[in-house]
Write a protein that binds this ligand. Structure first.
Ligand code: ADP
Ligand code: MG
Length: 252
């Protein structure tokens, strides 16, 4: 398959056209269409099992899809390895679990991607690693091992690690769900700052304060469909669907 590299200015940075995906008999995405502009900040919420993780994992090729079309940063994302690899370099992902390498220091964790995937030498990789460790406000933790850090600090390292790949898009899948309550805000703060830099961001989160403050749009998913999309003011004050009202009542 041919991979187109050019991005038109007016083209959405993420485009789903009628995307379907099943696990065996279970249909997890039921005709998802969406369009996200460069620099947009979108929060995805919805009940557990509604397909949120599957949707964002499709964006960087971690999950394949069965039907429809996906374009990311001007690339047609097919089911072939080449296009999935190409897209993965454009979209960084932060998970609920931090997935840091325990036997590497913070700095080494951050340098790995730039050296292995971007072909940088040690000096260049270290420079970029320190830059993004600064960005997440823990430059003093560079030589520690992950186990010596709090959960909030580890998640900030994980965010920095994604940023070291200098992606145009950052995907977050419930990045604060595994954290103790007192550490949630430090991670949300870093994410809010990132949102202020013009980064395109898609966050699956149930932190509705963050959504209200940072999101341009909120998407509500249920049973494999995007049921409702609205800017935060409208989403919280006048949700259109009963499913969305029920959900909000449970979490707010
Ligand atoms: P959410 O993130 O909204 O909780 P997911 O996208 O993780 O939802 O999952 C949606 C549904 O798909 C769930 O019912 C889940 O059990 C199922 N599912 C997710 N991943 C797999 C998988 N690898 N194999 C089989 N079923 C899966
Ligand atoms: Mg999930």
């Amino acid at each position: 398959m041919r991979i187109e590299a050019a991005v038109r200015d007016d083209e959405p940075i993420i485009l789903f056209d009628n995307v379907f995906k099943s696990f065996g008999d279970f249909q997890v995405l039921k005709g998802i269409s969406l369009s996200i502009a460069a620099g947009e900040r979108v929060v995805i919420c919805g009940p557990s099992g509604s397909g949120k993780s599957t949707l964002i994992r499709c964006i960087n090729g971690l999950e394949s899809y069965d039907a429809g079309h996906i374009r990311v940063a001007g690339l047609a994302l097919g089911t072939d390895d080449a296009s999935r690899r190409a897209v993965r370099g454009k979209a960084g992902m932060v998970f609920q679990q931090f997935n840091l390498f325990p036997h590497l220091t913070v700095l080494e964790n951050l340098m790995l991607g730039p050296m292995r995937a971007r072909g940088m030498n040690r000096a260049a990789a270290e420079e970029i690693a320190r830059r993004y460790l600064d960005r997440v406000r823990i430059p003093e933790q560079a030589d520690k091992y992950p186990r010596q850090l709090s959960g909030g600090q580890q998640q900030r390292v994980a965010i920095a690690r994604s940023l070291c790949m200098e992606p145009g898009i950052m995907l977050f899948d419930e990045p604060t769900s595994a954290l103790d309550p007192e550490m949630i805000n430090e991670v949300l703060e870093v994410m809010a700052e990132l949102a202020g830099t013009g980064m395109t961001m898609l966050c699956v989160t149930h932190e509705m304060g963050f959504a209200r403050r940072v999101a341009d749009r909120i998407m509500f998913m249920d049973h494999g469909e995007i049921v409702e999309t609205a800017p935060p003011e409208r989403f919280f004050s006048a949700p259109e669907s009963q499913r969305c009202r029920d959900f909000l009542q449970k979490i707010l």
